[in-house]
Design a protein around this ligand. Structure first.
Ligand code: MF3
Ligand code: CO
Length: 256
């Protein structure tokens, strides 16, 4: 069921999104060679709790998951696509690219955001992969206009990505968000124009393209969480929570 958020809920999601963007940008500033992915997680959790909010991923159990997620932040390095579990002995190295993905619950409502950042200096190929993925998210947001359909978002992203020959991950997708971390609808990063559910003002959705510098296929590690590219080439991931309005979409996970 697709939930249309009330004015009051939208106000809370706006504040939550602003807080989430603040925290994730702070975490981004901590990304450097020698830092463990666990330190990033601890820092994210500390900042969220200091604001009186809650880390949304900690103990969250998505459909089909092996168990509750054991951390606040997902940290996915290089060929890891999403849902990498932070670890004390996973030390970031110069040239790595790392997706940091965080959810926040503010006054009972959820927002979701991710970005991929380079560790120190990264290769031109990695830079291009990250830039293109961020642009793909922007393209998806621009297509998120009331009256358009879910397939129009996927189509816009897919058409933009095609000339770059990157693999678009298909088994994971954007999603409704707000009263829960994952709500309907499922929002693939590919699709056919004019298909799927119609976008209506008051819908809140998370868009999250994942682009691979190779095959679109992914595998899951023995930990049951970490999605990884099947050919072990690098992957990038960007995500915003947005509000469908009468006019331009509003990015809720924005620094204000
Ligand atoms: N942003 C992630 C997603 O939409 C949320 C992961 S929740 C977790 O898939 F519990 F799996 F970490
Ligand atoms: Co998400």
């Amino acid at each position: 069921m697709i939930i249309i958020k009330t004015k009051e809920e939208i106000e809370i999601l706006r504040e939550g999104g602003k807080r989430l963007a603040f925290v994730l940008n702070k975490v981004k500033e901590k990304v450097a060679p020698g830092v463990s992915t666990w330190e990033l997680d601890q820092y994210a959790e500390k900042l969220i709790r200091e604001m009186g909010d809650y880390p949304a991923f900690l103990n969250y159990r998505p459909e089909g998951a092996v168990g509750p997620y054991p951390a606040s932040l997902c940290v996915s390095v290089n060929d890891e696509v999403v849902h990498g579990i932070p670890k004390k002995d996973r030390i970031l190295q110069e040239g790595d690219i790392v997706s940091i993905d965080l959810g926040l619950r503010h006054k009972g409502l959820f927002t979701d955001m991710a970005m991929t950042v380079g560790v120190g200096e990264v290769s031109p190929a990695s830079l291009k992969l990250m830039k293109t993925t961020e642009k793909a998210l922007g393209i998806g947001i621009s297509a998120s206009i009331a009256g358009n359909k879910i397939g129009d978002i996927g189509h816009a992203i897919e058409s933009f990505v095609r000339p770059h020959k990157y693999g678009i991950v298909e088994v994971l997708a954007g999603h409704g968000v707000g009263r829960a971390i994952h709500e309907d609808p499922f929002i693939p990063n590919y699709g056919k124009k004019g298909t799927g559910v119609k976008l209506v003002p008051g819908m809140v959705i998370a868009l999250e393209p994942m682009l691979n510098n190779g095959t679109k296929n992914v595998t899951i590690d023995d930990d049951g969480w970490t999605f990884r590219t099947a050919d072990r080439k690098k992957s990038a991931h960007f995500e915003h929570t947005i509000l469908i309005t009468e006019g331009e979409p509003e990015i809720l996970t924005l620094l204000r």
